[in-house]
Design a protein around this ligand. Structure first.
Ligand SMILES: Cc1ncc(COP(=O)(O)O)c(C=O)c1O
Length: 428
């Protein structure tokens, strides 16, 4: 019997024992229940509730930010960053081609024009060597994304920003606790955003925070979060809409849940990171597998474990990368472990391909330089990442431990060690 006959897609026994339970993130404990109940009984459910204020204070102390505003979702905090940096209609914001959709759409929310830059293959983060070529007289800011919980090369990016007088926004929505040369992300650029949605290292159901140390950025960001109100906090209510604003503040109940997550974040992060490294070590030397990036200067925060197949293997077999990745995903699923595709090439979204966000082609028709193009051949490295990426967030997160991690490692090794057989199924 050859090894290939063992694959579960070929009728073999799955690598993950069927009686092994995986637990979905996040585990709920007595502290979560106590704080949520306390908030429920507080009778104050508004954005100014006590748990909102505690969350802001404690997040600022934990991350090292002077100003923190809790928001109803991470994308709202990102929009506040864009507004806070003074981006106006037609101003350009340089960002990565590879991220969750909100990274780019929050620029559009403020009539800004996203300019996408390709990524570095190894880190999958914005490639600093390509940024300067994308700067124009309209560029106002660079929005970095610490993708998959790994910090960008911030020294290089900050140096470019300073040279050209640009603001730096940190999309740290996936990167709670991620470090760059020992410094927490969200403290390096001019302002930043974190998300507390279900998948994130800090789960508050939904929610997020806007962070900055800059008083001017704070004032402009606050204006969009509260009905366009530009007046100082002590000016009282006037019921006048001074500009276009939204209701981005967080409610007290979900803030209480996020507060509980924050109070244990160091330990849940440490647990996820330990599991991440166990899986990583066990996958060392797996043929044709590109393991995710984590390095001394930019260590993972344990957000996601991302598998990629070596593109050279697909090309040696004359198989389109994406088709091979689909087969690998199917083979892994049959072995009992689910990794998902990550098809998030930002400029490929319909809104950019049609250049139409607000109807009638706006904001591009009225405000964008005609050279702004979203032709997809401009981001070949990001495209290769998309075509190879399989990501998992629940498998290595608490409360899962060694038995789950080892079973996942066995499944991944088995599939990649039998990749010829998996690849053959592309032709079946
Ligand atoms: C990189 C990135 N940016 C922004 C967001 C938006 O966060 P939220 O879903 O809280 O709006 C996400 C969420 O998945 C994200 O991963």
């Amino acid at each position: 019997m050859t090894m290939s006959q063992n694959l579960a897609i070929r009728g073999g026994t799955p690598a993950v024992p069927t009686d092994l339970e995986f637990q979905r993130w996040p585990p709920v404990d007595a502290q979560d229940e106590q704080l949520v109940l306390e908030a429920l009984r507080s009778g104050n459910h508004s954005g100014g509730g006590p748990h909102v204020r505690m969350l802001e204070r404690e997040f600022g102390a934990w991350n090292g930010n002077r100003h923190v505003i809790a928001t109803c979702y991470g994308g709202a905090a990102l929009h506040m960053c864009v507004a806070g940096c003074g981006v106006g209609a037609g101003d350009e914001v340089i960002t990565t081609a590879l991220s969750w959709t909100t990274t780019a759409t929050c620029i559009l929310h403020h009539m800004g024009i996203p300019v996408f830059v390709d990524v570095d293959w190894e880190t999958m983060n914005l490639d600093p060597t390509r940024i300067e070529a994308a700067i124009s007289e309209r560029t106002k800011a660079i929005m970095v994304v610490h993708y998959w919980g790994v910090a960008c090369d911030m020294d290089a990016i900050m140096a470019i920003a300073h040279k050209h007088g640009l603001a730096v926004i940190e999309d740290a929505c996936q990167a709670h606790g991620a470090l760059y040369k020992g410094r927490k992300v969200g403290t390096i650029g001019d302002c930043g955003a974190f998300s507390f949605n279900q998948n994130k290292n800090l789960c508050g159901g939904e929610g997020g925070v806007f962070v900055t140390d800059d008083d001017g950025i704070l004032e402009r960001a606050k204006a969009v979060m509260s009905f366009g109100d530009m007046r100082p906090a002590d000016a009282g209510r006037e019921y006048n809409q001074y500009g276009l604003g939204y209701k981005y503040g967080h409610a007290n109940l979900p803030a209480a849940y996020a507060l509980s997550g924050l109070r244990k974040l160091d330990s849940t992060n440490a647990w996820a990171i330990e599991n991440w490294h166990r899986l990583h070590t066990r996958l060392e030397g797996t043929p044709h597998l590109v393991r995710p990036y984590s390095a001394a200067e930019s260590p993972t925060n344990g957000y996601a474990y991302v598998l990629r197949v070596d593109p050279a293997y697909a090309s040696s077999r004359s198989i389109p990368l994406s088709a091979l990745t689909n087969q690998i995903a199917a083979a892994l699923k049959a072995e009992g472990t689910a990794f998902s595709r990550a098809n998030w090439l930002l400029p490929a979204h319909g809104v950019f391909q049609a250049k139409n966000a607000f109807g009638k082609g706006a904001p591009w028709t009225h405000f964008a330089r005609p050279e702004i193009s979203y032709e997809l051949d401009q981001w070949p490295v990001a495209q290769d990442c998309i075509d190879t990426c399989l990501w998992g967030i629940n498998l290595h997160r608490p409360p899962n431990r060694e038995p789950q991690i080892d079973a996942v490692a066995d499944a991944v090794r088995k599939v990649f060690e039998n990749l010829d057989d998996v690849a053959d199924s592309c032709f079946a």
